[in-house]
Design a protein around this ligand. Structure first.
Ligand SMILES: Cc1ncc(COP(=O)(O)O)c(C=O)c1O
Length: 452
């Protein structure tokens, strides 16, 4: 799927917006986007300005598309109803009336903010109960929450590890874990993605450090594959290491009850020293958690900067987390539906000749390799009423740009059939030629989608 500069500059003509107007993200005057001399910006910024201006000129700037209402399988954007195909709302709970009611009641009772950080005046009885709920969900002794999953990782590394320690991390772990290691100043080694032999070599090589912490994602956020937890645990035990698993994309998705990677493999939760995760994916709120031993939780409450020096989760967020966990417990069939939907879409895309990489979960990458092609592909999907996020370097390695599709329990079979129909039109064997408009579907209600 080659793409050249001509295609890009010509893109505005080839890719009319579904609403008939150009979409330029936050840029009111894209033609005026230029790199003025500014001592705060360096060569990286110049490149960013150039590629952003090119994307805007092609009416294909793919990021920050403002949603005009709540997200779910259908969203409103650019004046149209579209099929959302890149939301982390795996359980399909955003907009569930029970969640909305819980959040609204929490605002009525507690207000919109707590007015403080957790250690001082920011803890309500609901925060305490939420952490008990999370510990019970994960089957851990205790849980502690932070204002995001990113900060949960930063908090743990900063509070428990330092320059005398070393971390050995899977090379495809989430950026928050890399940043957490950098902020904590630990010695960082990486092992080849999902390769226990490489992990073993790294443990045996390098300087041993005071303590060694192995880090992996449970489900990898850009590839949708599952970590090899049993083999990692064997190495952890054999070499006396500690283990942190970030289960952000596994919580609510893996295991019969959605408890995560441990449930998937039938491994006792406490074999992993530290579980972290986001509360803004399957659990439809904001926040992040760590599930740990009781001693660790108490230590973190008094030693983790993001707990002490940053505002507590808002009461509405807390209520949404609690209700989300309660619904997950009552309705495990949602977890099974995610797996069924993912399998249907993944196998359909494979049959069409798309490279879906290593995906085995709700995250399904469509690897197109070239960045501009990926951006334009996403743009053309929007013409068909499908919102799918392109993921580019540095979020993924160079030359592996992709659309990152996420299925949820709220997608219907018809939704996914429509997606396959559109991807069939743009399939590689039909020599997807960038620059030519795709014929819009005339199939019933799924043309340029006009849901809701
Ligand atoms: C594996 C992983 N960890 C942590 C995070 C950060 O979570 P949050 O968005 O709650 O900060 C993400 C976000 O996508 C993630 O994919």
């Amino acid at each position: 799927m080659p793409l050249n500069d001509h295609d890009l500059h010509n893109g505005g003509a080839g890719f009319p917006s579904s609403s008939g107007k150009s979409f330029n993200g936050y840029f009111d005057h894209p033609s005026g986007l230029s790199f003025r001399k500014n001592d705060l910006l360096d060569a990286r910024a110049r490149r960013m300005f150039e590629t952003t201006a090119m994307a805007c000129a092609a009416d294909a700037y793919p990021f920050q598309i403002p949603l005009e209402g709540r997200t779910g399988p259908q969203v409103r954007a650019d004046g149209h109803s579209m099929l959302m195909l890149s939301s982390y709302d795996y359980l399909g709970l955003i907009g569930d009336p029970r969640i909305d009611k819980a959040a609204t009641e929490a605002i009525a009772k507690y207000g919109t903010g707590t007015g403080g950080a957790r250690l001082l005046t920011g803890t309500t009885d609901q925060h305490v109960q939420m952490e008990r709920d999370l510990a019970a969900f994960k089957g851990a002794e205790a849980a502690i929450t932070f204002s995001s999953g990113y900060l949960a990782n930063v908090a743990i590394l900063g509070a428990l590890f330092g320059p005398a320690d070393r971390v050995i991390m899977d090379s495809l772990c989430h950026r928050s874990l890399t940043d957490a290691c950098r902020f904590a100043g630990v010695q960082l080694q990486r092992f080849r993605h999902n390769d226990p032999d490489s992990l073993k070599l790294e443990i045996e090589g390098g300087s041993p450090g005071n303590r060694t912490l192995i880090i992996t994602d449970g489900v990898f956020s850009m590839d949708g594959d599952i970590c090899r937890l049993p083999e990692i645990l064997e190495l952890k035990k054999a070499y006396g290491c500690f283990l942190l698993v970030d289960d952000s994309h596994a919580s609510g998705v893996l295991g019969a009850n959605g408890r995560g990677t441990d449930e998937h493999f039938g491994i006792p939760t406490d074999e992993v020293d530290i579980w972290t995760g986001s509360l803004a994916k399957s659990i439809p709120s904001t926040g992040g958690f760590a599930a740990v031993s009781q001693e660790l939780a108490i230590f973190l409450q008094h030693g983790a900067s993001p707990f002490i020096f940053s505002a507590a989760l808002s009461p509405a967020s807390v209520a949404a987390i609690r209700e989300g966990l309660a619904i997950l417990k009552r309705e495990p069939e949602r977890v099974a539906k995610i797996a069924r939907n993912a399998e249907f879409l993944r196998s359909g895309l494979r049959e069409l000749g798309y490279d879906v990489g290593l995906s085995e979960t709700a995250v399904i990458p469509v690897i197109l390799k070239d960045e501009a092609t990926t951006g334009l592909f996403a743009r053309r999907l929007r013409d068909h009423g499908i919102l799918a996020a392109p993921v580019l370097f540095p979020a993924v390695p160079q030359d592996s740009a992709r659309l990152r599709l996420c299925v949820t329990a709220a997608h219907s079979h018809t939704d996914l059939e429509y997606v396959l129909e559109v991807f069939a039109k743009m399939a590689p064997q039909r020599s997807f030629a960038v620059g030519q408009p795709v014929h819009r579907s005339t199939n019933g209600s799924h043309g340029v989608r006009a849901h809701g």
